[in-house]
Design a protein around this ligand. Structure first.
Ligand code: NDP
Ligand code: 8X3
Length: 267
């Protein structure tokens, strides 16, 4: 039987934009209770308000910087307080979506900046580890809970200019696989959703606000949307409790591989 998400607690990191924001809306449509984190709280508040309109049983927001252990601890303590209710101290986080991350720059190793490498690893790798370590005590055993990490095609296929990002997303894949072994017997499912090109703010962040460079990434092709990925995340989380979706590689039809993209050239 499909796992119902109604009234289940779902925690999403990086929910202020793109895939995380779309995931909030998608879980809301199933009547879930949302705990949303990111650095831009003003944006989170708007997303929580839209999620309530879309059917969320609850939607709470709190500042979260996954690159900072103290911020993660404060965020998870806040989340625990929201989940535990007045009648019962039972804490049941049903779904953890480790989505916060992104790429910074597209420079070759020869000229890349320490700051870009450090941010890339702090968010995509260490942030994922920190949030998971802190959230695990909130996830009861044998209750059909899921940890869903957002990886990338870049974790499977390396490309020039993205050495750190590819290494970070390969790291995400390795963490997902190791965690699945560590949690064997707990009933907690661990999976990764690995997209190809999705049009979000990802490329604006990568190119540090250069709108033209960001737009060129998706020029003449039909990229995935954040909603496509959100739908996949919800599908993974709603499989029956005895079913784990280990890894999903999802690409636009116009993308055969990294760098193999079909573009309709305007004449
Ligand atoms: P966006 O830039 O639209 O969203 C990134 C999100 O991550 C934002 O909500 C941002 O929130 C959050 N974030 C970044 N740094 C931190 C931090 N230190 N602490 C907390 N939150 C943080 O991009 P996407 O939605 O596309 O990216 C989401 C995930 O999907 C990333 O892991 C990305 O690597 C992955 N991905 C994206 C693809 C794409 O083509 N778009 C393809 C494959 C994977 P805030 O700035 O408010 O903190
Ligand atoms: C984002 C996809 O191809 O820009 O993870 O690296 S790609």
């Amino acid at each position: 039987m499909k796992s119902s998400l109604k009234n289940q607690w779902v925690l999403i990191t990086g929910a202020s934009s793109g895939i995380g924001a779309a995931a909030a809306k998608a879980f809301a449509a199933h009547g879930a209770k949302l705990l949303l984190g990111a650095r831009r709280v003003d944006r989170l508040e708007k997303i929580a308000s839209a999620a309530k309109q879309a059917g969320a049983a609850a939607a709470h927001v709190h500042a979260l910087d996954v690159s900072d252990t103290a911020s993660v601890a404060t965020f998870i303590a806040w989340a625990k307080g929201k989940i535990a209710n007045r009648k019962s101290s039972f804490v049941n986080l049903h779904v953890l979506v480790n989505n916060a991350g992104g790429a910074h720059g597209l420079d070759p190793v020869a000229t890349a900046k320490d700051a870009d490498w450090e941010t890339t690893f702090q968010t995509n790798v260490l942030g994922l580890l920190r949030v998971t370590r802190a959230a695990l005590p909130l996830m009861p055993h044998d209750a059909g809970a899921s940890i869903i990490n957002i990886g990338s095609i870049a974790g499977r296929v390396a490309y020039g200019g993205a050495a750190a990002y590819c290494a970070a997303k390969s790291g995400e894949l390795a963490i997902t696989r190791a965690l699945r072994q560590e949690l064997l017997g707990t009933g907690i499912r661990v999976g990764t959703v690995d997209p190809g090109l999705v049009e979000t703010e990802f490329s604006q962040v990568r190119f540090k606000g250069d709108q033209q460079k960001a737009a060129e990434v998706y020029a003449g092709m039909n990229p995935l949307t954040a909603d496509d990925i959100a739908e996949t995340i919800v599908w993974v989380a709603s499989r029956p409790a005895h079913v784990t979706i280990d890894e999903v590689l999802i690409k636009p039809t116009d993308q055969a591989d990294i760098g193999k993209v079909f573009r309709r050239i305007k004449k």
